[in-house]
Design a protein around this ligand. Structure first.
Ligand code: ZN
Length: 392
């Protein structure tokens, strides 16, 4: 028979557990920045790898990781796919490609800003490539950066329709008053990427079954998160970001509980593995948190691909002496992978003697030339006020 003291003690334990649960719900587990040491990251990969030994078990785990990302990012259920109401204007023709300025409503009144690079003189239907960007600031930061323009123009000259778009609080989003510290940044950026695929697939000359994505640093985070949650992405090239010990230093990468809950732990190497069996290239360098990729993250991810019998679909190009960023050499690593898997036409761009892709036809534009809105094309009155909470 239970005595009253025991019942009281049990009630206290129950209360403590309940309280702990409430506390955890109130304070989600965030894995931010260098959340792990490199050694702890290797141990974590070992624990995760021990949870599956065949394709069926991996698929079960992958579904749970995908669901955790979406729930952590507050994208369950998905918002309604409301009309994009795209504005596409100011076409500029260059050698082998054109650029237009684009805005669309990712959510009612919440605008995505970008540039659309199209091939000239190549027959369609065209594959499409999304180009998110990282956190480099300055007057020509984000999608306005020269390295971003080289990448987009060169892919377009090889036959891709390329969409390059602002993170919240960068480029034209910043110009119109939005702050990158917006609390919903991770939610809004991920949803904007999903809607950017909708936008590209809405074009009659785009082959909606050939969709690539590539970005570096914070744009690398957007690349592997989008690939993880949207199976319309068919080729993924995250650059200098896939790391088992570094989770991204910005709240738009790791400020919501996508990596760890009481039920499941994961990290960005495993999130990148959710791309399997779709073609994926990891570009890494010795000078940042991707320094261990050839011996830590890549083997873990390749093992997942091996469960599909598709090891050949994943690759790693590593530059031990190089630093963070999406500079010329990293772009030269990405181009052939996109050419191969998106069936681009490198004629006139690839030089067989040097084995390099020519970027010299890119015209680097000034920010104001790339903007969507100006005095004669005023900012829509229906747009949300900057830094509003956005209804999801
Ligand atoms: Zn950020």
């Amino acid at each position: 028979m239970l005595n009253a003291r025991w019942i009281g003690f049990a009630a206290m334990i129950g209360f403590a557990q309940l309280y702990a649960q409430d506390s955890e719900q109130a304070a989600p587990i965030l894995c931010q920045g260098n959340y792990h040491s490199e050694a702890e990251a290797i141990e974590q990969l070992g624990r995760m790898a021990a949870t599956y030994s065949n394709l069926s078990e991996w698929n079960d785990r992958a579904a749970k990781v995908r669901q955790q990302i979406l729930e952590g990012a507050k994208l369950v259920p998905f918002p309604n796919r409301t009309p994009l109401n795209p504005i596409v204007r100011n076409k500029r023709d260059f050698a082998g490609y054109s650029v237009e300025s684009v805005a669309f409503e990712a959510l009612p009144g919440f605008l995505a800003y970008g540039n659309l690079y199209r091939p000239l003189g190549k027959p369609g239907p065209h594959p499409a490539v999304l180009c998110p960007h990282g956190h480099a600031r300055g007057p020509s930061g984000g999608r306005l950066r020269a390295d971003q323009q080289y990448r987009c123009a060169t892919l377009a000259r090889m036959g891709a329709v390329v969409f390059s778009y602002d993170m919240i609080g960068f480029g034209e989003s910043l110009f119109h008053g939005w702050d990158h510290q917006h609390k919903q940044a991770l939610t809004l950026q991920t949803w904007t990427s999903i809607r950017a695929i909708d936008f590209l697939q809405s074009m009659p000359d785009v082959d909606g079954k050939r969709i690539g994505v590539t970005g570096c640093s914070g744009g690398g985070t957007q690349t592997f998160l989008l690939t993880a949650v949207d199976d319309r992405v068919t080729v993924s090239v995250p650059v200098v970001m896939v790391s088992a010990h570094f989770f991204g230093g910005c709240h738009c990468e790791s400020g919501m509980p996508i990596h760890q809950t009481r039920d499941l732990e994961t990290n960005n190497a495993e999130i990148a593995a959710l791309a399997a069996p779709r073609p994926q290239l990891l570009v890494s360098v010795g000078g940042d948190w991707t320094k261990n990729t050839p011996v830590v993250e890549y083997p873990y991810i390749r093992n997942v691909y091996s469960l599909f019998g598709e090891q050949a679909k994943v690759g790693n190009v590593h530059y031990p002496g190089r630093e963070h960023g999406y500079q010329y050499l990293k772009r030269q690593a990405m181009y052939p992978f996109m050419v191969k898997h998106l069936k681009l036409d490198p004629t006139g761009v690839f030089n067989a003697e040097t084995e390099l892709y020519d970027e010299t036809q890119t015209v680097i534009e000034a920010p104001k030339e790339m903007y969507v809105f100006d005095e004669s094309h005023p900012y829509p009155t229906t747009a949300l006020k900057p830094n509003s909470k956005v209804d999801i």
